[in-house]
Write a protein that binds this ligand. Sequence first.
Ligand SMILES: Nc1ncnc2c1ncn2[C@@H]1O[C@H](COP(=O)(O)OP(=O)(O)OP(=O)(O)O)[C@@H](O)[C@H]1O
Length: 684
Amino acid sequence: MWVLLRGGYPLRALLPPRGEWMGRRSLPRSFVPGPPRRRYRKEVLPALEVPVLPVTTTEIRQYLRTHGIPFQDGHSCLRAPSPFVEPSQGKDPSGAAASFSLFIDKTTGRFLCMTSQAEGSWEDFQASVEGRKDGVKEGVLLGEAPEAENSEEVRRIWDRAVPLWELPDAEEAQLARVMFSLTKVTDDTLKRFRVQYLRPARSLVFPWFSSQGLGLRGLKLLGAEGQGDGVRYMETTIPRPGAYHNLFGLPLISRRDVEVVLTSRELDSLALSQATGLPTLALPRGTLSLPPLLLPYLEQFRRIILWLGDDLRSWEAAKLFARKLNPKRCFLVRPGEQQPRPLEALTRGLNLTRILRTALPAWHKSIVSFRQLREEVLGELSNVEQAAGIRWSRFPDLNRLLKGHRKGELTVFTGPTGSGKTTFISEYALDLCTQGVNTLWGSFEISNVRLARVMLTQFAVGRLEEQLDKYDEWADRFEDLPLYFMTFHGQQSIRSVIDTMQHAVYVYDVCHVVIDNLQFMMGHEQLSTDRIAAQDYIVGAFRKFATDNNCHVTLVIHPRKEDDDKELQTASIFGSAKASQEADNVLILQDRKLVTGPGKRYLQVSKNRFDGDVGVFPLEFNKSSLTFSIPPKSKARLKKIKDDNGLVVKKPSSGKKGAVPRNSETCSGCDPIPYQPDSSKPTG
Ligand SMILES: Nc1ncnc2c1ncn2[C@@H]1O[C@H](COP(=O)(O)OP(=O)(O)OP(=O)(O)O)[C@@H](O)[C@H]1O
C-alpha cells in the first residue's frame, strides 16, 4: 500500500502572511479570511493519509459487470447509477431523473455522486456495493460542507461587496476597471457572472456557488497593485486553496452544452464569454493544477478548448491537462503575439472567435512529421528564456550553468557520504516549489518529519526552535506549498515507487519528483542478482517516467567507494555508466580539495545536455538556517570547466582571485540573512 502526505496550493504561500497582507491593504479585521490562527500544533505537517491501491479501468469495468451495475463509458470517468441517492432524491431540480449520477474516475477509481455530493475512494465504493460497514460511512463520504467559520466569513464579505457599477464614486469605479483591465468588459457580463467589488480590500470578488444551488460555498478575492509600469495581481481564496474547487462559470453552463472553453483566470472567462458567447469555465488553480475532482463536471463536453495564457508555462499546462481530460476531445490555443490571453485579446480588439478557430488538436498519433512540430519549435525559439525552464531564486550560479529547471529531464545528484546531499537537494527543490513547481518527495532514508523540519527551517531561513511564536505563521505558508511526500521508508520496490509517482502526476499535477536515494530501491529488485544491472534497470525506469510524463526527476545516487583525497567525477557514480548516460544533468556535491574550511562545499555541474555548459561554484553552509544559498552580499565565483579532469577557468570570478567565501558556519549565532521569497504571485 502506498500513501501520500498531502500539501496544498502554492498561491497562498506566495502571498505574505495573511494578517500582514490584509493589514497593509487595510482590510477590516472581520474580513481576514480563514480560521483564527492556531496557537500551537504538535506536528510539523498534519499527516493526511490517503490510502490508494492502484486500480485499472479494466478492473473497474470488470467489477461493475460482476456486480450487475450498468455503466456508461465517458471521457475520463465511468458513469453509473448512484447508490448514494435516496429514491426521493432521484430527480434533479429540472425534473429530469438523476440516473447515472455517479462518476467514477477511470484512473484512480475515486467516485463523486453529483446528486448527493457523496465522494470517496474506489475501496469505499466497493465496500458500499458489498454492504460492508467498514468502508462506508455516509457522513464521511458526503462532500464536506464548508467550515461554519468560513461560511460566516464568506457571507460577510459577499454582503459587503457591491457591483462595480454601483460604486458611489465614479472615479473609484473607473480606477478599478483600469487596474483589472475591465475597460472593455460590460456591466452585463459582470452581472451574469455575479462579480462584485470589495471596497475596503480594493479587490474583485468571484463567488463560488454550489452546483446544487445550495448557496455560496466560497470566494476568490483578486487584488491589484500598481508596480512600476505594470500591475501585480494577488489572489486569496476562502476556503484555502487546497479546498477551493470552484469551476468559475459553472452555474451558467446548460446541460445541453457540448463545447466549453477553459481558461486559467476568471477575468479571461468574462472576456471570452462576452466576445464569443461560448460556454466558458475558469480553473480554480489556474495553470498550476487540474484536480481530478473537477473532471465529472467536464464529462458532458464533447469538445474542450484550452486557452490558458500567453506563455510557455500555460502551453505546457494545457498539454498536461488535455491528457487528463482525454486528448481526443481537447483543442489548444497556442500562445503567440496575436494570440494573447483572452482578456488582453478583448482589450486589444482582436477577434476571439477567430483565435479559437486556430486551436490545435491535442491528440496526435505516435509518429509526427516536422509539420506538426514546426510551431512548437518556433514557440521554443521565440521564448528562449521560458524554454530554459524555471530559474532558481536562491542559486544564481545554477541558473548560469543549467539555465533553469525543465520538465521531462532526469537529474542525477551525487556526493560523498554525509556531505549534505539531502540538505542541499531539499533547498534546491524547495526553491522551485515556492515558485509553483508541484513537487513530490520520496525520502527513503530520513523520515518525512525530519525532512519537513529541515525544509521548514530553510523556508524560514532560520531556527524556528528559537522563535516558536512564529511557528504557525511559517507553517501556514509552508502548508500551502504544492509539496507532497511519499510515506515510504526504507527499502521499496521500484514498481510501487513509480506507481506512486504516476498517481501524483495525475492527481496533483506533480512536475518534479525527488528520489533520495536510489540505493533504497535496489534491495527488492528481483530482476537480477547483479546490483549494477538492477541499478541500470531502475535508472532506465526513471528516465522513461520523466519523458513519458514530462516530469522532472531528481535522483540521488551514492558514489562508489573512492580514495578519500580524490575528487568525485561523473564516473564515480555507483554502478555502470548508464546513470550518467541517461541523465540530462549530473550534479556533484564536492567537499574535497577545493574546500578550505569546514562547512564549505562546491557544486559541480558535470553534465548539461540542454546547454553544454559545465562548471563549479562554491556553496556556503549556514548551520542555523541549514541553507546553502549564497547570501546576497557574498562574492560568488563561478568557474567553467572543460571536463571532470581539470579546472579551466573560463570566466573571471566576481571576487578576487583565490578569495574564499565567508564561512557562515563559524558564525552560527549570527542572524541569518532573511530570505524573502517573492511573497505574492503575479497572476497576470
Ligand atoms: N556543508 C556542511 N557543513 C557541515 N555540516 C553540514 C553541511 N551540509 C550538511 N551538513 C549537516 O550534515 C548532516 C548530514 O547531512 P545530509 O543528511 O544532508 O547528508 P547526506 O550527504 O545526504 O548524507 P548520506 O550520505 O548519509 O545520505 C546534517 O546534520 C546536515 O545539517
